[in-house]
Write a protein that binds this ligand. Structure first.
Ligand code: LMR
Length: 335
C-alpha cells in the first residue's frame, strides 16, 4: 500500500502520464520468428518493437529473434505455450500441430483471388472467430499479418500439373498442403523453414513453395533453377501471445500494446505486396532462377487439378467454416 501511494505521488509530481512509465524493470517480450529481418514479417516485428517501446515509454522491452535463431517452427509453438517466449507470428499453415486445424483453410488452393478476398476473412468476423479458438490452447490470437501468394520452384520447368509428378516438395506442417502436393502427384515432405535451403541444396527435396520474399531472403533461388508464378495459395501469419502473460499485463500497458499491434498490422499489410514484388524482381535479376509465368490455360489446369483438395479437406477444416469463408469472399472455387 505504502509503495503504491509513493509511486502514485511520485508519478503525479513528475507529471508522468502513466504509472507503468515509472516501473523500474521493463516487462520483456521475447518475439521469436523464423524468417529474415527484411521480409514483411521481419519488418513488422521490428515496427511492433519500436511502437511498443515508444508507446509504453520503455516500460515494455521487445526482443525480436529472427531467422529461427531462438526456436524453429515446432519448438517456437511449444516455447510460447510454456512461456519461454511471449509472442510469435507463425504462418497460418502451422497451427495444426497445436490442435487448431481450422487455420489450414488459408492453405486451400486458389481460395483467395487476391488480397481483397483475403482481407474480407482476416479483417472480418470469420478471422476473429478463428483467433478466438486459440484461447483454449493457452494462446491469445492478436492479429493477422499478410505475406503473399506462393510460387512453386524446383530444378525443372513447372508449367503444368504433370511436371510435378514424383517431385519431392518441401511443405509446412499442414495437411492441406500435403493434399495439395499429392493432388499434383508430388511427394510432400514436411520440413522446418530453417532447414529448407539446405534440403534443397543437398537434394533431400527437389522443390518447394513460398511467396517470393521468403524464397529470395533465404537464398533458395540460388539452389532452384526454375520458378513458376502459379500463385496457387496464400501464406500469411497470426500474431499470437502467451495468454496468461497477456492477460496479466497492466491495463494501460495492454492498451498501448494493442495500439502498437494495430499500427504494425497496418504497416505489415501495406508493405507485404510490395516486398514480394521487389523480391520477385530480385530473383529474376539474379539470373539464377528462370521465372515462368504460366498461361491462362496452364493456370486453369492447376486450378482443375487442385480443386478436389477443398472437398477432400472439408471435414478436417469444418464445412461450416468453409462455407463462411466462401460467403465472406463471395467466391467459391468449385462454382
Ligand atoms: C515456411 O515455413 O515456409 C513459412 O511459414 C515461413 C514463414 O514464417 O514465412
Amino acid at each position: 500500500m505504502k509503495k503504491t501511494l509513493f509511486t502514485l505521488t511520485t508519478a503525479v509530481v513528475l507529471g508522468l502520464s502513466s504509472l507503468y512509465a515509472y516501473a523500474a524493470d521493463p516487462i520483456v517480450i521475447k518475439f521469436s520468428h523464423v524468417v529474415a529481418p527484411d521480409t514483411p514479417k521481419g519488418k513488422a516485428a521490428e515496427k511492433f518493437k519500436q511502437l511498443a517501446e515508444e508507446k509504453t515509454k520503455g516500460a515494455v522491452k521487445v526482443e525480436v529473434f529472427p531467422n529461427s535463431t531462438l526456436y524453429k517452427d515446432k519448438e517456437e509453438m511449444e516455447a510460447l505455450q510454456m512461456g519461454a517466449v511471449q509472442m510469435l507470428a507463425p504462418s497460418l499453415a502451422k497451427f495444426g500441430p497445436l490442435g487448431v486445424k481450422e487455420f489450414e483453410a488459408f492453405d486451400l488452393p486458389y481460395i483467395f483471388r487476391n488480397y481483397d478476398d483475403l482481407h474480407k476473412v482476416t479483417q472480418g468476423e470469420v478471422g476473429a472467430g478463428l483467433l478466438a479458438k486459440l484461447e483454449a490452447k493457452g494462446v491469445k490470437g492478436l492479429a493477422y499479418w499478410d505475406n503473399g501468394f506462393k510460387i512453386m520452384s524446383a530444378n525443372k520447368p513447372l508449367k503444368t500439373p504433370d511436371d510435378f509428378k514424383g517431385l519431392k516438395m518441401r511443405i509446412q506442417s499442414s495437411k492441406v498442403l500435403e493434399a495439395e502436393m499429392r493432388a499434383l502427384g508430388a511427394n510432400p515432405q514436411v520440413l522446418p523453414f530453417s532447414e529448407t535451403y539446405q534440403a534443397l541444396q543437398t537434394g533431400v527435396v527437389d522443390g518447394t513453395e513460398n511467396p517470393p520474399s521468403n524464397l529470395y531472403t533465404q537464398k533458395m533461388h540460388e539452389v532452384q533453377k526454375n520458378a513458376s508464378l502459379t500463385n496457387h495459395g496464400y501464406l500469411g501469419y497470426a500474431v499470437i501471445a502467451n495468454k496468461a502473460f497477456w492477460d496479466k499485463l497492466p491495463e494501460d500497458v495492454r492498451k498501448s500494446l494493442d495500439e502498437a499491434l494495430k499500427e504494425s498490422t497496418d504497416y505489415a499489410n501495406q508493405i507485404a505486396k510490395e516486398e514480394n514484388d521487389k523480391a520477385l524482381e530480385a530473383v529474376k535479376a539474379s539470373g539464377k532462377t528462370e521465372v515462368y509465368q504460366p498461361t491462362e490455360d496452364e493456370i486453369k489446369a492447376f486450378q482443375k487439378a487442385l480443386a478436389p483438395v477443398h472437398a477432400e479437406m472439408a471435414d478436417r477444416i469444418g464445412k461450416d467454416l468453409l462455407t463462411s469463408i466462401y460467403a465472406a469472399t463471395g467466391f467459391d472455387p468449385a462454382k
